[in-house]
Design a protein around this ligand. Structure first.
Ligand code: HEC
Ligand code: HEC
Length: 328
C-alpha cells in the first residue's frame, strides 16, 4: 500500500514537473512590439547618454574591452562597446557574452532600429524576440525613463563601429528556460524629479546597479534582507574581490561616513582617470567601477549618499580580499 502511495505521489510530482517544463519550453516571453521611434540626436541627448553609458550605468563594464592589468580595468578606447565574453571564473550558468553593441552592421547592432535597441535595454528582448539573460540588468533598466533610454540610444548611435564577432550566449538547463519569465514590457516611464533628492538618488542607485554587486545572492537571486550589505565574491581568472557593506550600519557599513567622506572616496580616483590607473595585483584588484563613478557631479553622488543612508542598516562584516589576508 505504502509503496503504491509513494509511486502515485512520485508520479504526480513527475507529471507536475513535466508540465512546468513543458510550460517553460513552449512559452514565449512577455513582449510588446518595438516602438517605431527614431531617436532625435540632439547634443544634450548624446551628452546625457554618454554620461549614462560610461559613468552611471557602466554599460562599459560589461560591453567594452577593458585593460584588467590596470586598477579597476579602464576601458580600452577603441574597444568601447565591442563586447566581452565572461570567463568561467565568473561562475555564470553557461557561456555568457555581452554582445557587440556598436553600430557595426555585420557584427554589432547597426541594423537594429532605435525601437529595438530600447526594447532590448529596458525589456530584455533581442531583435529576434529571444529573452536576454537578466545578468544584463534589464530588470533594473525597465524603470529607466523614456528620456534617459532615448539619450542612451542617441549616444550608442555615435559609437565608432567596431568589427568583432562573438559566439551567442548559451545558458545551461534549466536557466535557459526559466529566464523566459523575466522580460516585461516597460510602457512609458516618466523622468524622476531631480529636485527630490531621495527619489533621484534611488533612481541613480537603480540605474547604477549598486545592489547587484553589493548584495549577497542565493541561487542567482538577491537576498532581500541583505540588500547593500556586501559580501558578494566577484572573480576574474587572476584575482577576486568581495563587495563592501554600503548600508548605514555604523560598524560594518558606511554609517559613520560623512557625506564629504563619501564624495572624497569617489573623487580620490579622478587622478587615475586623468593620468591612467596604476598596475594592478591581487592586493588592489577591484571590479568596483571607481573610474566611471568618480566623474559623477557632487549633486548626483550626494543624492546617492542620501538614498543609501535612508536604507535599513545591516550588520555584515566583510573582508574585501580574504585570499590576501590568508597568505600574509
Ligand atoms: C553586468 C553586465 C552588463 C551590463 C552592466 C550591461 N549589459 Fe547589456 N548585455 C549583457 C549581456 C550578458 C547581454 C547578452 C545576454 C544574452 O545574450 O542573453 C547583454 C545584451 C545587451 C543588448 C542586446 C544585444 C544583442 O545583440 O542581443 C543590448 C542592446 C545591451 N545589452 C545594451 C546595454 C546597455 C545600453 C547597457 C547600459 C545601460 C548595458 N547593456 C549594460 C551584459 C550587461
Ligand atoms: C561591478 C560591481 C560593483 C558595482 C556595480 C558597484 N560596486 Fe561598489 N564596490 C564593489 C566592490 C567589489 C567593492 C570592494 C572593493 C573596493 O573597495 O574597490 C566596492 C566598494 C565600494 C565602496 C567602498 C566601501 C568601503 O567600505 O571602502 C563604496 C562606498 C561603494 N562600493 C559604493 C557603491 C555605489 C554607491 C554603487 C552604485 C552607484 C556601487 N558601489 C556599485 C563592487 C561594485
Amino acid at each position: 500500500m505504502l509503496k503504491k502511495i509513494v509511486l502515485i505521489v512520485g508520479f504526480v510530482v513527475l507529471a507536475n514537473l513535466a508540465g512546468a517544463m513543458g510550460y517553460y519550453f513552449l512559452r514565449t516571453p512577455d513582449m510588446a512590439p518595438p516602438s517605431s521611434i527614431r531617436v532625435e540626436m540632439t547634443e544634450a541627448r548624446v551628452a546625457r547618454g554618454k554620461y549614462l553609458f560610461e559613468n552611471v550605468c557602466d554599460c562599459d563594464g560589461c560591453h567594452s574591452e577593458r585593460d584588467f592589468t590596470r586598477f579597476a580595468g579602464p576601458v580600452v578606447h577603441d574597444g568601447r562597446g565591442k563586447g566581452f565574453i565572461f570567463p568561467p571564473e565568473f561562475g555564470l550558468p553557461g557561456t555568457v557574452t555581452a554582445p557587440n553593441i556598436t553600430p557595426d552592421i555585420e557584427t554589432g547592432i547597426g541594423y537594429w532600429t532605435d525601437g529595438e535597441k530600447i526594447r532590448a535595454i529596458r525589456e530584455g528582448i533581442d531583435r529576434e524576440g529571444r529573452a536576454l539573460f537578466p545578468f544584463m540588468p534589464y530588470p533594473y533598466y525597465r524603470q529607466m525613463s523614456d528620456e534617459d533610454v532615448q539619450s542612451l540610444v542617441a549616444f550608442m548611435n555615435t559609437l565608432r563601429p567596431v568589427k568583432s564577432r562573438w559566439p551567442k550566449t548559451i545558458l545551461n538547463f534549466p536557466v535557459n528556460f526559466l529566464i523566459k519569465g523575466e522580460p516585461q514590457p516597460a510602457k512609458n516611464v516618466p523622468s524622476t524629479d531631480r529636485g527630490n533628492k531621495l527619489r533621484y538618488g534611488g533612481y541613480l542607485v537603480k540605474m547604477a546597479g549598486c545592489a547587484i554587486c553589493h548584495s549577497p545572492m542565493k541561487n542567482g537571486e538577491l537576498i532581500e534582507s541583505k540588500r547593500f550589505a556586501g559580501g558578494q565574491v566577484l572573480r576574474l581568472p587572476f584575482a577576486s574581490v568581495v563587495s563592501a557593506n554600503i548600508t548605514p550600519d555604523p560598524d560594518t557599513g558606511i554609517g559613520k561616513w560623512t557625506e564629504q567622506q563619501f564624495l572624497d572616496k569617489f573623487y580620490q580616483y579622478r587622478d587615475y582617470v586623468e593620468k591612467g590607473p596604476p598596475r594592478v595585483g591581487p592586493e588592489n584588484f577591484t571590479l568596483m567601477p571607481w573610474l566611471g563613478l568618480s566623474q559623477l557631479p557632487p549633486e548626483d553622488l550626494s543624492a546617492i549618499y542620501a538614498f543609501l543612508k535612508s536604507q535599513p542598516a545591516v550588520y555584515n562584516s566583510v573582508e574585501k580580499r580574504p585570499e590576501m589576508t590568508k597568505t600574509e
